[in-house]
Design a protein around this ligand. Structure first.
Ligand code: CDP
Length: 235
């Protein structure tokens, strides 16, 4: 990590509130927001667009070598483009969600994306959320957080997200799909979902987005004051 750049790592299971909390936190800190799940989803979307069988690891790796990955900054958020295209909300469709954990378990896919994720410090201070940010992507950052919530609360949150996108969803169906993805993400051998060494665990079932972001902000302030290095703009 570049000397003067600060990275806040936010990890956790599916629908644990990482994206919403990280967006608010990034705004409060004046940092850029990076959603690494969106990157794994975009690769999955691209494979499906090309009619590649996601279980055909060789074909997926060949695609990774073929595509061109770029990044752009829009409203202080880092967006990934594949061959010049930003797939937008298509990456949230159930067909992508159903396959993303298979794609994310391929070490070669992770290697390429982790390389790009590390390079994003060139844009400035970051709040980066995902599954392996504190454990693998930026293990040296002192600011690591792991968000958790009960399966019921997570299913309810995801159901609401899907309904907002006009994708019909049942509470039980969503709960099952989250559990399946968490299991796949936790048991894979390449960078499994885990609580990074030194991470602060926050159970947020009963916290609002604002409260959760403020808990993190307080921790960052204390950690930085101890290190004599707090430099967040607007915080
Ligand atoms: O938003 P949600 O919690 O549904 O998941 P996401 O953050 O969009 O991530 C989608 C999937 O990408 C996860 O289920 C993981 O399989 C994978 N992922 C990962 O392996 N490593 C990351 N740093 C981020 C996401």
């Amino acid at each position: 990590m570049s000397e003067n750049v600060t990275v806040v790592a936010v990890d956790g299971p599916a629908a644990s509130g990482k994206s919403t909390v990280s967006r608010v936190l990034a705004k409060k800190l004046g940092y850029l927001y990076v959603d690494t799940g969106a990157m794994y989803r975009a690769i999955t979307w691209k494979a499906l667009e090309e009619n590649i069988d996601v279980d055909d690891t060789i074909a997926v790796i060949a695609m990774m070598h073929r595509i061109k990955i770029d990044f752009e900054l829009v409203d202080k958020q880092v967006r990934m483009l594949i061959d010049g295209v930003y797939p937008g909300s298509a990456i949230r469709e159930p067909r992508v969600t159903g396959k993303v954990s298979t794609i994310a378990a391929i070490p070669e896919v992770r290697q390429v994306l982790v390389h790009h994720q590390r390079s994003l410090t060139k844009f400035g201070n970051l709040v980066m959320e995902g599954r392996d940010i504190g454990s693998v992507v930026f293990p040296d950052t002192p600011h690591k957080f792991y968000l958790e919530a009960s399966p019921e609360v997570r299913a309810e949150r995801r159901k609401r997200d899907l309904e907002a996108m006009e994708i019909p969803a049942s509470q039980e169906g969503v709960k099952e799909s989250l559990q399946l993805r968490d299991r796949k993400d936790s048991v894979r051998s390449a960078s499994p979902l885990q609580i990074a060494l030194g991470a602060t665990v926050i159970e947020n079932s009963h916290l609002s987005i604002e409260e959760n972001a403020n808990v993190i902000l307080d921790h960052i302030r204390q950690q930085s004051l101890r290190r004599g290095s707090f430099s967040a703009g607007g915080a």
